[in-house]
Design a protein around this ligand. Structure first.
Ligand code: UT7
Length: 315
């Protein structure tokens, strides 16, 4: 498949580290050196489905396609207000899609897992154009009195349109199932028969362990993927790494022995927007005109599951 359009949409409200320190025992001095985050966009009166719809329309516009040209629509999302219908159906209704719609919950690497599903449909000859959106509101998952999690996240949506082509050079998915490192639970409706204890728990994260998983999975997958497709690091133009923590990105950079210029970052303005992170970064870089035909983009993302993924896309 080949990428022909990108789009993104982010909430208006910008919350700086200084604003957080007004109600939390935290500071810019703690957050910046440990994470690289200076501010994040946070949902106020917006709905995540509207952000997703705007990102999709921007991507379709750039691709020069109409909603009826799309054969398959994949939405990556961890949580939203609807249990049913799926977020993909809600966004599809808003933008006038009439194709199969599917949601995936693969946490932060969701955009890459969606790319893998799309490529599989292209290879099966079932589709001509696929739209992917990652629409996330992780700020609604954390406990805003817990300084160890709520300072890390921001909301937003990123979208991409793929058409037939041979530009996805390779993709690798990896799992290390473990629900003790990042997890959140919510209770379902009560019934007269439920006897088990149930509770709603905001997002919990064992930060240091997730950090180690992220660096290990990313570097291992990127190196293995490049080897698998016969490319070397010198072929790579940019590493589009999930924006979870600048120190994670720095550690990956150091391990791969690659220069700063190959690692675009926007974490300072967005925080971690889960699966929307890579998609928003892609759109921002694209709209700045950073990529030229033939450039090799290596994507790498990791998160809850634990799941990780890497992909190589030729521009
Ligand atoms: O999307 C993928 C999922 N997530 C990630 O990839 C995140 C991976 N992990 C991380 O990014 C880092 O582990 C964190 C940024 C979450 C934490 O950094 P850390 O260097 O591992 O810090 P820590 O958890 O060891 O905390 C050190 C101290 C603790 O105080 P004590 O117990 O040493 O007295 C925390 O209570 O810093 C304290 N602390 C804070 N202080 C001020 C934790 N959060 C804050 C805060 N402000 N926001």
């Amino acid at each position: 498949m080949r990428l022909i359009g990108t789009g993104s949409a982010i909430p208006e409200k910008v919350v700086t580290n200084a604003m957080l320190s007004e109600f939390l025992d935290t500071s810019d001095e703690w957050i910046v050196p440990r994470t690289g985050i200076r501010s994040r966009h946070v949902i106020t009166d917006e709905n995540v489905e509207d952000l997703g719809a705007r990102a999709c329309l921007n991507a379709l516009d750039m691709a020069g396609l109409k909603p009826e040209d799309i054969d398959y629509f994949i939405c990556s999302n961890v949580v939203n207000e609807y249990i049913t219908p799926s977020l993909s159906c809600i966004i599809a209704e808003k933008i006038g899609l009439a194709c199969p719609c599917i949601d995936i919950n693969c946490a932060c690497p969701g955009f890459l897992y969606a790319m893998d599903i799309a490529e599989t449909h292209f290879l099966a000859g079932k589709v001509k154009n696929v739209l992917i959106v990652s629409a996330e509101e992780p700020t609604r998952m954390t406990d805003w009195t817990d300084r160890s999690t709520c300072v890390l996240f921001g909301d937003g949506a990123g979208a991409a349109v793929f058409t037939e082509g041979n530009n996805l050079k390779g993709i690798r998915l990896h799992s290390q199932p473990d629900s003790s490192k990042i997890w959140q639970k919510r209770t379902l409706m009560p019934t007269p028969y439920i006897t088990k204890p149930e509770e709603s728990v905001p997002l919990q994260m064992r930060g240091k362990e997730v950090f180690k998983f992220a660096v290990g999975a990313s570097t291992t997958e990127v190196e293995a993927l490049l080897k698998e497709i016969g490319m070397s690091k010198s072929d790579v133009s940019y590493y589009m790494v999930h924006q979870a923590n600048l120190r994670i990105i720095d550690a990956i950079k150091k391990y791969l022995e690659e220069p700063d210029e190959k690692f675009p970052v926007n974490i300072q303005d967005h925080g971690n927007s889960s699966s929307a992170s890579c998609a928003i970064l892609l759109d921002e870089c694209n709209r700045k005109g950073m990529f030229k035909p033939g450039d090799i983009l290596v994507f790498s993302a990791f998160g809850a599951g634990l799941l990780s993924a890497a992909a190589v896309l030729e521009w």
